[in-house]
Design a protein around this ligand. Structure first.
Ligand code: PMP
Length: 441
């Protein structure tokens, strides 16, 4: 069934997929006699701002920054594992070597040696063959999401996403007034048959298919190798470019790696995003976008020029100094994986011990997150209030869902607390669940 007419009127619209969300246009202040009403603000928001909601959860979480609170909320790397001394040495070496060149304006595409390193890195870690002239260095992969959305999405265009999906991507797409359609998943990730079913319903051809194939945020689950191929085939058949976002692929603690979707022969067109945020330090804001099609690449460069001219010259050169030392990044990633693997196991064991019957959760082979589902009467936004009272936080799942109100899911981060604190935090959370109506079996 094609999506019904009248989309964009601020209604939740049911389709066969039941998964489309739509945001109302901004109410613009009216003016009388062409003169501004002094009671109204002089700025008038763009209609697209209607899709960008403030987060009530952020407000709750703001009050939880005390050290006594155990946070499973953010997606933060372990602070004690950020290699501060090595980064400091790389910074000094960069300034000693490049002097003012490290602090000067640079090309929009990025620092050439870093772009060359990105090609080596994605070949080694994702099986992806790329040339430096396909690589654009971005200020975080969040900027990559924004640039791709800016270049491709007109208001009302359909973007296909996982359901649940990464909130930052949903925000980036909503900022350009995309219509988001969540494709259901099973244990192997997004279902290729449901994707095909949606595409066969007719309607407007989607502009983009967004995937996080490795240790997805928020669920921690990965697309199987077979499913990657099936999805790539369906996308190619219907002429839909894939946006593959891969911040977690190097953080693997078990299971078999599958090739990047961008590396598959079945994939017709693709933009691939990678980042140093989870494997080095998010504050450096160094990430990359690889666009297969040179025409799209050129548009993305133009769009970035309009945003910030280029990514910080100093950060780029610093990262380049760090990552091009033989074995240094690999050694650091191995230390991260060893630590996070123990923390993941600590969280899974604690959940097993403490959570009441009727709860389920994912068992990710990597990344930073476990996704849990509680018995349906539990509303995890209410649970968060109970949890904060007991000194533990998490992210309620509702905001990650597209076009569906799912109130009983939550995302738990395991990278940012020690194993002992994880065990303590999960038992506090179990107490909070027990205090919630409907949680007891
Ligand atoms: N994509 C996904 C799936 C993420 O989880 C994140 C960070 N949480 C990002 C993109 C953005 O990462 P960054 O901008 O720090 O590279």
């Amino acid at each position: 069934m094609p999506p019904p007419a009248g989309l964009g009127k601020g209604v939740q619209t049911k389709t066969t997929m039941d998964l489309i969300d739509i945001h109302p246009p901004t109410n613009r202040p009216t003016q009388q006699d062409g003169r501004p009403d002094p009671a109204l603000p002089s700025f008038r928001l763009a209609a697209r701002m209607a899709g960008l909601k403030p987060s009530a959860i952020r407000e709750i979480l703001k009050v939880t920054e005390s050290p006594s609170v155990i946070s499973f909320a953010g997606g933060l790397p372990a602070p004690e594992l950020i290699p501060v001394s090595a980064i400091s040495r790389a910074a000094q070496a960069t300034l000693a070597r490049d002097g003012e060149g490290a602090l000067q304006y640079g090309p929009t595409e990025g620092h050439a040696p870093l772009r060359a390193w990105v090609c080596d890195q994605v070949r080694a870690t994702a099986g992806l063959q790329a040339s430096p002239d396909q690589v654009l260095i971005t200020a975080g992969s969040q900027q990559g999401l924004d640039l791709v959305a800016k270049v491709l999405i007109d208001p009302g265009d359909v973007v296909l996403v996982d359901n649940p999906a990464y909130l930052g991507a949903l925000q980036a797409f909503r900022a350009y007034e995309a219509r988001l359609v969540g494709i259901p998943a099973d244990g192997e990730g997004m279902r290729a048959d449901r994707l095909r079913e949606f595409l066969q319903t007719g309607g407007r051809r989607p502009k983009l298919l967004y995937l996080v194939p490795n240790f997805q945020n928020p669920t921690g689950s990965s697309l199987s190798a077979e499913r990657r191929r099936e999805i790539a085939l369906v996308a190619a058949e219907f002429g839909i470019p894939i946006l593959e976002d891969d911040p977690y692929g190097c953080l693997r603690y078990g299971g078999e790696a599958a090739p990047a979707v961008a590396a598959l022969p079945e994939t017709a067109d693709c933009v691939y995003l990678g980042t140093t945020s989870k494997i080095l330090a998010p504050g450096l804001r160094i990430a990359w976008l690889i666009a297969r099609d040179p025409r799209l690449y050129e548009r993305l460069v133009r769009a970035k020029q309009a945003v910030d001219l280029h990514t910080s010259s100093f950060s780029q050169r610093l990262v380049c100094s760090y990552v091009t030392q033989t074995g240094v990044l690999e050694g650091h990633i191995a230390r991260l994986c060893a630590a996070y693997s123990l923390r993941r196991t600590a969280m899974l064991n604690a959940l097993e011990r403490a959570f009441p019957p009727g709860c389920t959760w994912t068992r990710p082979d990597g990344g930073l997150f476990v996704w849990a589902e509680l018995p349906a009467p539990v509303d995890t936004e209410e649970l968060l209030r109970e949890a904060v009272r007991r000194g533990v936080t998490f992210v309620p799942g509702a905001a990650f869902w597209v076009g569906r109100s799912v109130r009983n899911t939550l995302r738990l981060n395991f990278s940012n607390a020690s194993e002992g604190r994880i065990a303590e935090g999960i038992s506090r959370l179990a107490e909070a669940i027990a205090a919630c109506p409907g949680a007891r079996p």
